[in-house]
Design a protein around this ligand. Structure first.
Ligand code: CP
Ligand code: NVA
Length: 314
Protein backbone atom coordinates (compact mmCIF):
# COMPACT_ATOMS: atom_id res chain seq x y z
CA UNK A 1 0.00 0.00 0.00
CA UNK A 2 1.79 3.14 -1.16
CA UNK A 3 -0.62 5.75 0.20
CA UNK A 4 0.62 5.66 3.80
CA UNK A 5 2.10 9.09 4.38
CA UNK A 6 5.14 8.97 6.63
CA UNK A 7 4.64 12.58 7.77
CA UNK A 8 1.78 11.46 10.02
CA UNK A 9 3.68 8.63 11.72
CA UNK A 10 3.89 9.09 15.48
CA UNK A 11 1.89 12.35 15.35
CA UNK A 12 -1.24 13.33 17.27
CA UNK A 13 -4.55 14.03 15.55
CA UNK A 14 -6.15 16.71 17.71
CA UNK A 15 -7.57 18.97 14.99
CA UNK A 16 -7.50 19.15 11.19
CA UNK A 17 -5.99 22.62 11.57
CA UNK A 18 -2.67 20.77 12.10
CA UNK A 19 -2.95 18.68 8.90
CA UNK A 20 -1.87 19.78 5.44
CA UNK A 21 -4.21 19.46 2.46
CA UNK A 22 -1.92 16.73 1.18
CA UNK A 23 -2.20 14.77 4.43
CA UNK A 24 -5.99 15.04 4.34
CA UNK A 25 -6.12 13.81 0.73
CA UNK A 26 -3.79 10.93 1.59
CA UNK A 27 -5.97 9.88 4.54
CA UNK A 28 -9.03 9.87 2.25
CA UNK A 29 -7.25 7.82 -0.43
CA UNK A 30 -6.01 5.35 2.17
CA UNK A 31 -9.50 5.10 3.69
CA UNK A 32 -10.92 4.25 0.24
CA UNK A 33 -8.26 1.59 -0.28
CA UNK A 34 -8.92 0.07 3.14
CA UNK A 35 -12.66 0.12 2.42
CA UNK A 36 -12.09 -1.80 -0.81
CA UNK A 37 -9.92 -4.34 1.00
CA UNK A 38 -12.62 -4.82 3.63
CA UNK A 39 -15.36 -5.18 1.01
CA UNK A 40 -13.33 -7.80 -0.86
CA UNK A 41 -12.59 -9.53 2.48
CA UNK A 42 -8.84 -9.16 2.00
CA UNK A 43 -7.07 -9.38 5.34
CA UNK A 44 -4.68 -6.50 6.11
CA UNK A 45 -3.19 -6.50 9.60
CA UNK A 46 -0.42 -3.89 9.87
CA UNK A 47 -1.26 -3.21 13.54
CA UNK A 48 -0.75 -6.73 14.88
CA UNK A 49 0.31 -6.52 18.51
CA UNK A 50 -0.68 -2.83 18.86
CA UNK A 51 -3.14 -1.55 21.45
CA UNK A 52 -5.33 1.56 21.41
CA UNK A 53 -6.69 2.95 24.69
CA UNK A 54 -10.05 4.70 24.22
CA UNK A 55 -11.05 7.06 27.04
CA UNK A 56 -14.67 8.20 26.99
CA UNK A 57 -15.90 11.04 29.20
CA UNK A 58 -19.08 11.32 27.08
CA UNK A 59 -21.28 8.63 25.50
CA UNK A 60 -20.64 7.30 21.98
CA UNK A 61 -21.95 4.72 19.54
CA UNK A 62 -20.15 5.38 16.22
CA UNK A 63 -16.76 6.56 17.47
CA UNK A 64 -16.44 3.78 20.02
CA UNK A 65 -17.54 0.95 17.76
CA UNK A 66 -15.70 2.10 14.63
CA UNK A 67 -12.40 2.52 16.48
CA UNK A 68 -12.77 -0.80 18.26
CA UNK A 69 -13.77 -2.73 15.13
CA UNK A 70 -11.15 -0.85 13.10
CA UNK A 71 -8.34 -1.88 15.47
CA UNK A 72 -9.54 -5.50 15.39
CA UNK A 73 -9.65 -5.55 11.58
CA UNK A 74 -6.10 -4.13 11.42
CA UNK A 75 -4.85 -6.90 13.71
CA UNK A 76 -4.64 -4.79 16.87
CA UNK A 77 -6.64 -4.44 20.04
CA UNK A 78 -8.70 -1.62 21.58
CA UNK A 79 -9.50 -0.99 25.24
CA UNK A 80 -12.71 0.84 26.13
CA UNK A 81 -12.05 2.97 29.20
CA UNK A 82 -14.97 4.84 30.72
CA UNK A 83 -13.46 7.75 32.62
CA UNK A 84 -15.74 7.05 35.60
CA UNK A 85 -14.09 3.66 35.99
CA UNK A 86 -10.58 5.09 35.76
CA UNK A 87 -8.74 6.85 38.57
CA UNK A 88 -9.14 9.90 36.29
CA UNK A 89 -12.74 9.99 37.53
CA UNK A 90 -11.43 10.18 41.11
CA UNK A 91 -9.03 13.03 40.53
CA UNK A 92 -5.88 11.46 39.06
CA UNK A 93 -4.51 14.12 36.74
CA UNK A 94 -4.69 13.98 32.97
CA UNK A 95 -0.90 14.39 32.85
CA UNK A 96 -0.32 11.34 35.08
CA UNK A 97 -2.92 9.33 33.18
CA UNK A 98 -1.14 10.19 29.91
CA UNK A 99 2.25 9.11 31.24
CA UNK A 100 0.92 5.88 32.73
CA UNK A 101 -1.10 4.81 29.67
CA UNK A 102 1.92 5.53 27.45
CA UNK A 103 3.71 2.70 29.30
CA UNK A 104 1.10 0.17 28.12
CA UNK A 105 -0.48 1.20 24.85
CA UNK A 106 0.57 2.39 21.38
CA UNK A 107 -2.00 5.20 21.03
CA UNK A 108 -4.72 6.94 23.04
CA UNK A 109 -8.07 8.09 21.69
CA UNK A 110 -10.07 10.37 23.96
CA UNK A 111 -13.56 11.89 23.91
CA UNK A 112 -13.68 14.69 26.42
CA UNK A 113 -15.04 18.16 27.24
CA UNK A 114 -12.56 21.08 27.12
CA UNK A 115 -10.23 20.98 24.11
CA UNK A 116 -7.41 22.05 26.44
CA UNK A 117 -7.72 18.67 28.15
CA UNK A 118 -6.78 16.73 25.01
CA UNK A 119 -3.92 19.16 24.40
CA UNK A 120 -2.65 18.43 27.91
CA UNK A 121 -3.02 14.69 27.36
CA UNK A 122 -1.05 14.96 24.11
CA UNK A 123 1.64 17.05 25.81
CA UNK A 124 2.29 14.36 28.44
CA UNK A 125 1.67 11.20 26.39
CA UNK A 126 4.63 9.72 24.55
CA UNK A 127 2.29 7.93 22.12
CA UNK A 128 -0.05 9.46 19.49
CA UNK A 129 -3.29 10.98 20.82
CA UNK A 130 -6.43 11.00 18.66
CA UNK A 131 -9.39 13.33 19.15
CA UNK A 132 -12.62 11.34 19.39
CA UNK A 133 -14.55 14.62 19.99
CA UNK A 134 -14.02 17.58 22.27
CA UNK A 135 -16.30 20.54 22.95
CA UNK A 136 -14.49 22.34 20.10
CA UNK A 137 -13.56 19.75 17.51
CA UNK A 138 -14.38 16.42 15.86
CA UNK A 139 -11.69 15.82 13.22
CA UNK A 140 -12.33 12.09 12.62
CA UNK A 141 -15.98 12.87 11.84
CA UNK A 142 -15.08 15.55 9.29
CA UNK A 143 -12.71 13.18 7.47
CA UNK A 144 -15.53 10.61 7.16
CA UNK A 145 -17.78 13.42 5.90
CA UNK A 146 -15.29 14.33 3.16
CA UNK A 147 -14.99 10.69 2.10
CA UNK A 148 -18.79 10.39 1.87
CA UNK A 149 -19.11 13.57 -0.20
CA UNK A 150 -16.31 12.42 -2.51
CA UNK A 151 -17.93 9.02 -3.05
CA UNK A 152 -21.24 10.59 -4.07
CA UNK A 153 -20.13 13.76 -5.88
CA UNK A 154 -16.85 12.34 -7.29
CA UNK A 155 -15.06 15.57 -6.37
CA UNK A 156 -14.53 17.90 -3.42
CA UNK A 157 -13.14 21.09 -4.95
CA UNK A 158 -15.90 23.50 -5.90
CA UNK A 159 -18.63 21.66 -3.96
CA UNK A 160 -20.92 23.98 -1.97
CA UNK A 161 -21.37 22.61 1.56
CA UNK A 162 -23.92 24.34 3.79
CA UNK A 163 -23.98 23.56 7.50
CA UNK A 164 -27.22 24.71 9.12
CA UNK A 165 -27.41 24.87 12.93
CA UNK A 166 -25.11 25.28 15.91
CA UNK A 167 -21.57 26.59 15.34
CA UNK A 168 -20.25 23.68 17.39
CA UNK A 169 -17.46 21.06 17.35
CA UNK A 170 -18.81 19.40 14.21
CA UNK A 171 -19.19 22.74 12.41
CA UNK A 172 -15.63 23.72 13.37
CA UNK A 173 -14.10 20.50 12.04
CA UNK A 174 -16.16 20.66 8.84
CA UNK A 175 -15.16 24.25 8.08
CA UNK A 176 -11.49 23.38 8.36
CA UNK A 177 -11.88 20.16 6.37
CA UNK A 178 -13.82 21.91 3.62
CA UNK A 179 -11.40 24.82 3.33
CA UNK A 180 -8.38 22.49 3.17
CA UNK A 181 -9.80 20.54 0.21
CA UNK A 182 -11.17 23.55 -1.68
CA UNK A 183 -14.86 23.11 -0.84
CA UNK A 184 -16.98 26.25 -0.40
CA UNK A 185 -18.44 26.23 3.10
CA UNK A 186 -21.33 28.28 4.48
CA UNK A 187 -22.38 28.03 8.13
CA UNK A 188 -25.90 29.32 8.84
CA UNK A 189 -26.53 29.71 12.57
CA UNK A 190 -28.56 31.84 15.00
CA UNK A 191 -27.00 35.03 16.37
CA UNK A 192 -24.87 34.10 19.36
CA UNK A 193 -24.25 30.53 18.16
CA UNK A 194 -21.55 31.24 15.57
CA UNK A 195 -18.47 29.06 15.20
CA UNK A 196 -15.51 30.28 17.27
CA UNK A 197 -13.43 33.02 15.66
CA UNK A 198 -10.22 30.99 15.87
CA UNK A 199 -11.80 28.23 13.71
CA UNK A 200 -13.28 30.72 11.23
CA UNK A 201 -9.89 32.38 10.91
CA UNK A 202 -8.08 29.05 10.48
CA UNK A 203 -10.60 28.08 7.78
CA UNK A 204 -10.16 31.43 6.01
CA UNK A 205 -6.39 30.98 6.10
CA UNK A 206 -6.64 27.46 4.63
CA UNK A 207 -9.10 28.70 2.01
CA UNK A 208 -6.54 31.23 0.77
CA UNK A 209 -4.36 28.31 -0.29
CA UNK A 210 -7.09 26.24 -1.97
CA UNK A 211 -9.34 28.91 -3.46
CA UNK A 212 -12.29 27.86 -1.29
CA UNK A 213 -14.75 30.32 0.24
CA UNK A 214 -15.84 30.38 3.89
CA UNK A 215 -18.90 32.26 5.08
CA UNK A 216 -20.91 32.56 8.30
CA UNK A 217 -24.48 33.84 7.98
CA UNK A 218 -27.69 34.03 9.99
CA UNK A 219 -30.00 33.41 7.03
CA UNK A 220 -30.55 29.67 6.43
CA UNK A 221 -32.73 30.16 3.34
CA UNK A 222 -30.16 32.26 1.53
CA UNK A 223 -27.36 29.95 2.71
CA UNK A 224 -28.77 26.78 1.16
CA UNK A 225 -29.32 28.32 -2.31
CA UNK A 226 -27.76 25.91 -4.82
CA UNK A 227 -26.17 23.79 -2.10
CA UNK A 228 -24.59 20.49 -3.14
CA UNK A 229 -24.50 19.28 0.47
CA UNK A 230 -26.70 20.25 3.42
CA UNK A 231 -25.39 19.21 6.82
CA UNK A 232 -26.82 19.60 10.28
CA UNK A 233 -26.14 18.41 13.83
CA UNK A 234 -28.03 18.37 17.13
CA UNK A 235 -29.04 21.70 18.63
CA UNK A 236 -27.89 20.64 22.10
CA UNK A 237 -24.49 19.00 22.26
CA UNK A 238 -23.27 16.70 25.01
CA UNK A 239 -22.59 18.79 28.11
CA UNK A 240 -25.13 21.51 27.21
CA UNK A 241 -28.24 19.66 28.41
CA UNK A 242 -29.23 22.45 30.81
CA UNK A 243 -29.63 24.81 27.81
CA UNK A 244 -31.79 22.46 25.75
CA UNK A 245 -35.15 24.21 26.29
CA UNK A 246 -33.79 27.58 25.27
CA UNK A 247 -31.95 26.06 22.31
CA UNK A 248 -35.14 24.36 21.04
CA UNK A 249 -36.72 27.78 20.61
CA UNK A 250 -33.66 29.62 19.25
CA UNK A 251 -32.85 27.02 16.61
CA UNK A 252 -36.40 26.44 15.29
CA UNK A 253 -35.89 28.66 12.19
CA UNK A 254 -32.79 26.57 11.40
CA UNK A 255 -34.59 23.24 11.08
CA UNK A 256 -33.62 21.35 7.92
CA UNK A 257 -37.05 20.51 6.51
CA UNK A 258 -38.70 19.88 3.15
CA UNK A 259 -39.26 23.59 2.57
CA UNK A 260 -35.66 24.59 3.26
CA UNK A 261 -34.07 21.90 1.07
CA UNK A 262 -36.14 23.13 -1.92
CA UNK A 263 -33.55 25.92 -2.22
CA UNK A 264 -30.71 23.43 -2.73
CA UNK A 265 -29.60 21.82 -5.98
CA UNK A 266 -31.92 19.08 -7.23
CA UNK A 267 -29.31 16.41 -6.53
CA UNK A 268 -28.27 17.80 -3.11
CA UNK A 269 -27.11 15.33 -0.48
CA UNK A 270 -28.04 15.48 3.19
CA UNK A 271 -25.52 14.62 5.90
CA UNK A 272 -25.70 14.47 9.70
CA UNK A 273 -22.97 13.16 12.02
CA UNK A 274 -25.67 11.40 14.10
CA UNK A 275 -27.25 10.85 16.58
CA UNK A 276 -30.21 12.74 15.05
CA UNK A 277 -33.36 14.11 16.60
CA UNK A 278 -36.11 13.84 13.99
CA UNK A 279 -38.53 16.74 14.32
CA UNK A 280 -35.84 19.01 15.82
CA UNK A 281 -32.79 19.84 13.69
CA UNK A 282 -34.08 17.73 10.78
CA UNK A 283 -37.45 16.34 9.72
CA UNK A 284 -37.93 12.64 9.04
CA UNK A 285 -38.93 13.63 5.49
CA UNK A 286 -35.37 14.87 4.86
CA UNK A 287 -33.19 12.47 6.85
CA UNK A 288 -35.10 9.43 5.62
CA UNK A 289 -35.24 10.62 2.00
CA UNK A 290 -33.20 9.35 -0.94
CA UNK A 291 -31.04 12.51 -0.65
CA UNK A 292 -29.76 11.34 2.74
CA UNK A 293 -26.44 9.50 3.05
CA UNK A 294 -26.22 9.48 6.84
CA UNK A 295 -25.74 5.73 7.18
CA UNK A 296 -23.06 5.58 4.47
CA UNK A 297 -21.49 8.51 6.35
CA UNK A 298 -21.60 6.60 9.65
CA UNK A 299 -20.18 3.53 7.87
CA UNK A 300 -17.27 5.58 6.57
CA UNK A 301 -16.22 6.37 10.13
CA UNK A 302 -14.78 2.83 10.22
CA UNK A 303 -12.66 3.19 7.08
CA UNK A 304 -11.41 6.63 8.05
CA UNK A 305 -10.48 5.52 11.59
CA UNK A 306 -8.52 2.65 10.03
CA UNK A 307 -6.68 5.09 7.76
CA UNK A 308 -5.86 7.32 10.75
CA UNK A 309 -4.68 4.41 12.90
CA UNK A 310 -2.57 2.96 10.10
CA UNK A 311 -0.97 6.33 9.33
CA UNK A 312 -0.14 7.22 12.92
CA UNK A 313 0.88 3.75 14.11
CA UNK A 314 2.36 1.57 11.36
N1 CP B 1 -20.98 11.05 15.22
C1 CP B 1 -20.47 10.55 16.35
O1 CP B 1 -19.38 10.90 16.78
O2 CP B 1 -21.27 9.62 16.94
P1 CP B 1 -21.05 8.99 18.39
O3 CP B 1 -21.35 10.07 19.40
O4 CP B 1 -22.06 7.88 18.44
O5 CP B 1 -19.64 8.50 18.52
N1 NVA C 1 -22.20 18.19 18.51
C1 NVA C 1 -22.52 16.88 19.02
C2 NVA C 1 -21.87 15.82 18.18
C3 NVA C 1 -22.17 14.41 18.59
C4 NVA C 1 -21.44 13.39 17.76
C5 NVA C 1 -22.07 16.78 20.46
O1 NVA C 1 -20.97 17.26 20.78
O2 NVA C 1 -22.81 16.25 21.27
Amino acid sequence: MNTILTSLKGKDLLTLVDLSSEEIHHLLTLASELKQKQLSKEAYKPLTGKTLAMIFEKPSTRTRVSFEVGMAQLGGHALYLNSNDLQLGRGETIADTARVLSQYVDAIMIRTFAHSKIEELAQYASVPVINGLTDDDHPCQALADLLTIYEVKKKLKGIKLVYVGDGNNVAHALMIAAAKVGMDCVVACPVGYEPKGEYVNAALLAAEQTGATVKVTHDPVEAVQDADVIYTDVWTSMGQEQESKQRLAVFQPFQVNEQLVEQAKEDYMFLHCLPAHRGEEVTAGVIDSTHSYVFEQAGNRLHVQKAILTSLLS
